[in-house]
Ligand binder design. Structure first.
Ligand code: DP6
Length: 328
């Protein structure tokens, strides 16, 4: 017998970053974070439980994946199998939808879509908040992709896995946009998992990150409630820069920035000085994300075209939360 579940999840970009775990096994973060879900990037995943299978089989964008990738997915699905008291193996078909040539893969949309599809396939009917704690165990940032718009991920208490979940803050149904400047879409040398661990373990700046991230979060929630775009952008930029600062203090030091990242940041600063509000943030990679008013996005894109190709610039509106799909 085959039972299936299909789910779509959009990726999210943190405006208050998640950087550092207090429990690696449970993916419990040191600080709460806040993100914007994006419309332009999403993952569709189908989980087909098949009692004839002896192992999970994982296809990504139509290609059969190797043992290492599949083992990661299997460990994640074990969480659902345990809850469902099932030992049935699955075929997983996952498709990343990213605009041409951007190649930005996202573990956030991947694990959120997989969680949603597994929830359906195993017939668990977990509510979204609980499901966000499951998605977290695949990749921390996936927690936030359960919801659309601005989303907060509560760090939770102690070692209590159930206390660290996502909640929607605001549907971002106002004049909000994000521009992705794809500087380099190759595989990064240091994964976010490894980078955050090294920072927690060795950077003397790390404690200051944790305390100020909490203040930033409170102030950002207030800016969102007041629809104060300038304040929202200023906090976004400052929080992201602080996160990257912690890495320079790590032993050995490291940075995700590339010359083109700096070129993008300087260009955005110049556009802002000329009167258009726009603010940068970067994650564990060289690509630059720009928070702007959606109504300014085409104009900003035009200006960026002096430095980057049009394929490198992707404009997105805020996106929705996870959606269960039915077979086409
Ligand atoms: C810099 O969620 O990729 O993008 O939990 O180890 O899988 P793991 O890490 P991941 O880290 C994301 C880090 C970040 C900031 C953020 O998205 O909040």
């Amino acid at each position: 017998m085959i039972t299936t579940g299909i789910c779509r999840a959009h990726t999210n970009i943190a405006l208050i970053k998640y950087w550092g775990k207090r429990s690696e096994a449970l993916f419990l973060p040191m600080n709460s974070s806040l993100s914007l879900t994006l419309d332009a990037f999403y993952t569709d995943t189908k989980v087909s439980l098949d009692d004839r299978l002896t192992d999970d089989v994982f296809y990504l964008n139509g290609r059969l994946q190797g043992a290492k990738e599949t083992a990661k997915i299997s460990r994640f699905l074990d969480l659902f199998r345990r809850t469902a008291a099932s030992s049935t193996r699955a075929r997983i078909d996952s498709y990343n939808h990213v605009p041409t040539a951007a190649g930005l893969a996202s573990s956030a949309s991947a694990f959120a879509a997989l969680a949603g599809a597994a929830n359906e396939a195993f017939g668990l009917r977990l509510d979204k908040q609980t499901l966000s704690t499951y998605a977290r165990r695949g990749s921390g940032s996936a927690t936030r992709s359960l919801y659309g718009g601005f989303v907060e991920w509560h760090k939770g208490q102690d070692e209590q896995s159930g206390s660290s979940y996502a909640i929607p803050v605001d549907d971002a149904d106002w004049d909000i946009g994000m521009i992705i400047i794809a500087v380099n879409t190759g595989k990064k040398a240091i994964s976010s998992r490894e980078g955050m661990k090294r920072t927690v373990d060795t950077s003397p700046f790390y404690p200051a990150w944790v305390t100020t991230a909490e203040t930033d979060l409170q102030q950002m929630k207030q800016a969102i409630a007041e629809r104060d775009f300038t304040r929202l952008g200023e906090i976004t930029e400052s929080n992201g820069m602080k996160m990257h600062g912690t890495m320079l203090g790590a032993v050995p030091p490291f940075s995700y920035w590339e010359p083109d990242s700096i070129r993008a940041i300087q260009k955005i600063t110049q556009i802002r000085c000329n009167g258009t509000p726009c603010y940068v943030t970067m994650d564990a990679g060289p690509n630059v994300k720009v928070l702007c008013r959606y109504s300014d996005s085409e104009r900003i894109k035009e200006e960026l075209l002096t430095e980057f190709s049009s394929q490198q610039i992707i404009v997105s509106r805020p996106g929705p939360g996870i959606k269960v799909l039915s077979e086409a």
